[in-house]
Ligand binder design. Structure first.
Ligand SMILES: Cc1cc2nc3c(=O)[nH]c(=O)nc-3n(C[C@H](O)[C@H](O)[C@H](O)COP(=O)(O)OP(=O)(O)OC[C@H]3O[C@@H](n4cnc5c(N)ncnc54)[C@H](O)[C@@H]3O)c2cc1C
Length: 384
């Protein structure tokens, strides 16, 4: 086993870290407070090559491995979850389905601009009445000559209603299978399609500088050739997309935990009570030791899952474990980090307050912790 990163991966980590410290940290709190999606930071992250990380150069990507992608997301999340979310959703959920399942023509049409960060693309799976149970999808598309007529709605869709959102991949019911179950397929819906509206959602507790949208499809006419891959394979495409996406959510948990831990350590070394730094009280020193231990375990778990994916080996269970564990480790770390900050940790002047809020989504998005435990339980044969 080789635990060391390649020179390219080390350089990538350093450049994303330097960028996040210099360009994101100074504005993250204000963007959070004003719920502002930053086009400037998005452009700068694109300049760093953070869109299309795993896409081949032929389509405008960086052609790096998944571990590199996870490292980039981890470093963004170490400083700010919202910017990490923009990048993770753009790569895993926006670019991923088109890259892995799209036709050559679709890839040539959409990927270059998505990989340059000129445009963003959403992933429309969740509906008001179909969250964890995504198969309960009610959005429907009916074939009418050369077009699909799409109607329905989606909720909580990341990156779908910015000024640079070029479209969204939508899972819809396209018929009935021979066994009587729904036939589910994915369609590429471009922004500007008559009848398609994407509205930003406001008032989020977390990821407040990331774009989240409600989508409405009112008899939208979608060209037949905008079907993604094979008709009837929509559910499998979405599941495969979520496997990869979970690695990036795991990276967000890992990076957020790392950032929270560093804040806690620094604060505990500087804050003095009873005549000495609070880190010197054994109860607090042990908290910091546990944080360091849990983060190290989480990193090994996540990198192993990325490695499996990079070797084209099965990684569904390991990705679910990594996402579940990294997000819960971040939960425990930021909780103790706020505790170490005392009253100051509850104030917006301290970034740990934002980290505490931002963590919660990681236990809900791309498979709640309960659903991930179900997936793992199924894969270890618990229900056999
Ligand atoms: C900021 C944000 C961004 C998002 N981005 C996207 C996106 O880009 N694209 C997209 O498609 N979706 C997106 N989502 C949606 C997200 O994936 C869903 O919120 C998530 O899948 C959970 O669905 P739900 O909210 O409907 O909760 P529900 O499915 O209603 O779950 C509610 C509770 O019930 C539990 N539960 C449900 N079923 C079971 C079961 N069988 N056993 C045990 N417990 C169960 C859940 O674990 C949870 O605790 C986003 C959400 C947010 C908040």
């Amino acid at each position: 086993m080789n635990f060391s990163l390649s020179m390219e991966q080390k350089i990538l980590r350093e450049s994303v870290r330097n960028f996040a410290e210099a360009e994101i940290r100074p504005v993250a709190r204000q963007l959070d407070e004003t719920e502002s999606f930053s086009y400037e930071i998005t452009r700068a992250m694109a300049g760093l090559g953070l869109f299309g990380v795993f896409v081949s150069e032929e389509f405008g990507g960086q052609e790096l491995d998944y571990l590199s992608y996870a490292i980039a997301v981890e470093e963004l999340a170490r400083v700010d979850a919202s910017q990490a979310a923009t990048v993770a959703a753009a790569n895993s959920l926006g670019i991923g389905p088109i890259y892995y399942f799209g036709s050559d023509a679709q890839k040539r049409k959409y990927l270059p601009k998505l990989c340059s960060g000129e445009t963003l693309w959403g992933f429309g799976l969740t509906e008001p009445d179909a969250g964890s149970d995504a198969g309960a999808c009610r959005t429907r598309a009916v074939l009418d000559h050369d077009s699909w007529i799409l109607s329905g709605s989606k909720i909580f869709i990341t990156n779908a209603s910015t000024d640079i959102s070029a479209g969204v991949t939508v899972m819809a019911v396209t018929g009935e299978r021979d066994d009587g179950h729904k036939e589910l397929s994915c369609l590429l819906v471009e922004t500007g399609t008559p009848g398609y509206t994407a509205q930003p959602m406001h008032g989020k507790m977390m990821w407040r500088a990331s774009n989240t949208s409600t989508l409405y499809f009112d008899d939208c006419r979608i060209p037949k050739e905008n079907l993604l891959g094979t008709r009837g394979k929509g559910f499998q495409q979405m599941l495969a997309t979520l496997d990869g996406g979970r690695l990036s959510i795991g990276a967000m948990g890992l990076g957020g935990a790392q950032g929270g831990y560093e804040m806690a350590l620094k604060y505990a070394q500087e804050r003095r009570q009873f005549g000495r730094p609070i880190s010197g009280f054994q109860v607090n020193a042990f908290k910091l030791a546990d944080m360091a231990l849990e983060i190290d375990c989480a990193r090994l778990l996540l990198y192993r899952a990325c490695w499996l994916r990079d070797q084209n080996l099965p990684f569904t269970k390991e990705a679910a474990m990594a996402k579940l564990h990294c997000s819960e480790v971040m939960g425990r770390v930021v909780n103790q980090a706020v505790q170490l900050h005392g009253g100051y940790g509850l104030m917006k002047e301290y970034d740990i307050e934002r980290f505490y809020r931002d963590q919660k989504l990681l236990e809900i998005g791309e498979g709640t912790s309960e659903i991930l435990r179900l997936i793992i339980a199924r894969l270890v044969g618990a229900f056999a």
